[in-house]
Design a protein around this ligand. Structure first.
Ligand code: ADP
Length: 481
């Protein structure tokens, strides 16, 4: 147990007491042991948080970027200095191996650093006028109060990817983290507090997702909702935000293909495909969901992959040896099991793994590779969010591109090739927001990350990441000449 009760609602610079009757138990997915309880907030707390954010916006939004940047720099420093402890908390509530968790915390801090730097670079425009007596300016201004809704798979970095640019732009925020992983959110908000963030600029509400979300959607003061999560909830937020025409940033599901061409460096393709699929136990929206390997290199690829996958160690993320932690909860195990069962029933063969019994001590399943996979299996159609890698072979570049694009998702795709012309040709043809070429780690602070089609709207990262949080106001000046 970290603590029997953790204060998890933070409004206008105050941590609210938790009513034990209105609290949620948080447990460790590796041991199923209770860690602590957090507050079960709802519409009322969200309303108060929005009001506080609105009041704080009146001054935060008017500060110079340089002043806002100072606090973000400080938060970055504090987060880095505490990465080990924060990583441990993250592993305990989410399950991922400690080394991955510490890596995530450092990555999360890097977003604060990037947006500390960007805060002073929200440039406007001077538009050359076609009329002599007019001058035209475009001035960027913060959107206002932002509702941020984050998922459990990256409990730390998903928060700073949203809050970094929003705060740098001059917006104030009400954060609603995933119910499974509120503890990392509490720690991040404490870091902002310690860094000197004025009261009301960052507010936190944990609890009833539907009620908190509804208040964010119906309260006119919230001007922008930034969300990472499932496509279904994304669609709901989009529909419901129509009433007040709120701005939206949506990072939704993915169904990433990996294409390994016959001119690829096979060892590199094997190690990176493995890293893409099994990092965070396959619970990432950009992880490889479908792997297409050219027939000429398929045997070699499969044999090398099998050897590496069999060497992966599954266990408690706090154990140093662990490569794969547990899945987040019993429903996640159920979904992965049903995808596996469906594939086997329809003719897939298990290359390795495949033992999906839920251990009584946690939500563990073995990393699995499937061959003889066909297009009508659920695993090739839906996002699995678990450690199962389906392999298919191909011979023709055009055919494999068509297959890769045959999905409503469009977040990330990966290719392995050493051929420059093919790199450009295939990157251009893939209908995805992100293409990794001999690279599977595209989520970095300095570049735009985001999907197309039903994978989302908007970009996080890079200077592009601030765009969603800035209105571009046109000021048209008539002057005497
Ligand atoms: P997952 O199935 O991976 O948990 P979700 O889309 O359900 O993905 O969850 C992502 C985030 O969206 C979480 O913070 C969750 O609590 C939140 N969420 C889920 N349903 C709603 C809703 N109706 N309104 C607002 N937020 C929601």
């Amino acid at each position: 147990m970290i603590n029997s009760i953790t204060k998890s609602i933070y409004i206008n610079g105050q941590w609210l007491d938790v009513d034990p009757e209105k609290s949620d138990l948080i447990s460790n997915p590796a041991t199923l042991e209770a860690l602590t309880s957090v507050a079960h907030g709802g519409a009322e707390e969200t309303k108060q948080a929005i009001k506080a954010a609105d009041q704080a916006f009146q001054s935060w939004g008017k500060l110079s970027g340089r002043k806002r940047s100072k606090i973000l720099y400080k938060a970055h420093e504090l987060m880095l200095a505490d990465a080990e402890r924060l990583g441990t908390i993250l592993t305990m509530e989410q399950g991922k191996p400690l080394k991955e968790a510490i890596g995530e915390v450092k990555g999360a801090a890097a977003f604060l650093l990037w947006y500390a730097e960007e805060a002073s670079r929200a440039y406007g425009e001077w538009i050359p006028s076609s009329v002599r007596s007019k001058r035209m300016l475009v001035i960027p201004q913060p959107v206002g109060v932002v509702g941020a809704i984050t998922p459990w798979n990256f409990p730390s970095s998903m928060i700073t990817r949203k809050l970094g640019p929003a705060l740098a732009a001059g917006c104030t925020v009400v954060l609603k983290p995933a119910p499974e992983t509120p503890l990392s959110a509490v720690e991040i908000v404490k870091i902002f507090e310690q860094a000197g963030m004025p009261p009301g600029v960052v507010n936190l509400v944990t609890g009833d997702a539907e009620a908190i979300g509804k208040e964010m959607l119906t309260n006119k003061t919230v001007r922008h909702i930034t969300f990472t999560g499932s496509t279904n909830v994304g669609k709901y937020l989009m529909r419901e935000s129509a009433e007040h025409i709120k701005k939206l940033s949506l990072e939704l599901g993915g169904h990433a293909p990996i294409i390994v061409f016959d001119d690829a460096d096979i060892d590199k393709a094997v190690s990176l495909s493995l890293a893409s699929k099994f990092r965070n136990n396959g619970q990432t929206c950009i992880c490889a969901n479908r792997v297409f390997v050219h027939e000429a290199v398929a045997e070699d690829f499969q044999a090398k992959l099998k050897e590496k996958v069999e060497a992966l160690k599954v266990g408690n993320g706090l154990d140093e040896e662990t490569d794969l932690g547990p899945l987040i909860n019993a429903q996640a195990v159920e979904k992965v099991q049903s995808h596996l069962g469906d594939a086997i029933e329809k003719g897939a063969t298990v290359v390795c793994g495949g033992s999906l019994d839920e251990s009584e001590h946690g939500h563990f399943i073995s990393p699995t590779v499937l061959a003889n996979v066909s297009d009508h299996m659920r695993i090739m159609i839906e996002e699995t969010f678990g450690p199962i890698m389906p392999l298919q072979t191909f011979t023709d570049e055009d055919v494999v591109i068509e297959k890769a694009n045959q999905t409503d998702y469009g977040l990330a795709a990966y290719i392995f090739t050493e051929n420059t012309s093919r790199t450009i040709r295939v990157s251009e043809a893939l209908e995805y927001g992100i293409v990794g070429v001999n690279d599977v780690f595209p989520a970095v602070p300095e570049a735009p990350f985001g999907g197309i089609k039903q994978s989302g709207i908007g970009k996080e990262g890079g200077h592009h990441g601030m765009d969603d949080f800035l209105e571009k106001k046109f000021v048209s000046l008539g002057i005497d000449v």
